[in-house]
Design a binder for this molecule. Sequence first.
Ligand code: FAD
Length: 279
Amino acid sequence: MKVMIIGGGPAGVSAGLYTLRAGIETTIITNNKSALLKAEKIDNYYGFAEGISGEELYTNGLEGFKRLGGRVIEAEVTGAGYDEGFTLSTDKGEYGADVLVLANGASRKTPDIRGLKEFEGRGVSYCAVCDAFFYRGKRVAVIGNGEYALHEAHILEKTSSEVIILTDGKKAPAYENCDGRKIKAIEGGEGVERVVFEDGESAEISGIFVAIGTAGASDIAVKLGALTDGRYVKTDENMLTSIPGLYAVGDCAGGLMQVAKAVCDGAKAGVDIVRRGKQ
Ligand SMILES: Cc1cc2nc3c(=O)[nH]c(=O)nc-3n(C[C@H](O)[C@H](O)[C@H](O)COP(=O)(O)OP(=O)(O)OC[C@H]3O[C@@H](n4cnc5c(N)ncnc54)[C@H](O)[C@@H]3O)c2cc1C
């Protein structure tokens, strides 16, 4: 059995410590953007009399995982699929696993653009692989400027008449059809009809795909068909999602956004993976 964990923060590492110690091949994929790296000092976690910096806790976690034989791949996950096993697309290639643990924090970013929330589900989507079908032969836009935006654009190219990446004032990625103007609003009637830019001009667009930053856990869960509750992934008491073999732990599973809870979630998932592996 191969376990793949997306995320090298406390939740992902904790799950991996349990699977490694049971002799299960375990790999963490991380792009090193843990919430811990923004925490100057953690003063409320067990065992550190003087507190510990978020960065040190993060680094120590991954070092402990490696010491037990865990493999760490530094890459950014952009997509996921399932076909007799999980497949992850990353900026460094594809990886497969029998069990997948989502431990990639709560990172979904939504830009503050007028009309975006209003048109969610009516022209604004967060998943190209799920919704590209609805925009066959139409002109669509991806909002974002990183690897994730590129990944979503390439999926949409297969079905849409034209795909344009809107960077909303950010640096353009390596894509032939980009527009870097700041976005003012998304407008339409029953569905999205146009994007209005801050310079007053507008572009006729039928579908908007939001892909800002990196793919969050709920984005990946949705691609795999798992149930989510807004930006959080739904799980049972063992952190198993609605898809067999797919777990979600830590901040991405919602609830208390703290290291202690992330570690606990990871432990529950790790124990459950080991238990099921023995059955
Ligand atoms: C400023 C700040 C201060 C905080 N202070 C405290 C505190 O004092 N005490 C406390 O208990 N908690 C604190 N927290 C909260 C704590 O940091 C989080 O609850 C905890 O880190 C959650 O762990 P996690 O493993 O779920 O996610 P994270 O630690 O966020 O780790 C997510 C992992 O997923 C990876 N990742 C994400 N997306 C991708 C992708 N697409 N591809 C590859 N890898 C990906 C990231 O690189 C990272 O390794 C603080 C948070 C912040 C932001």
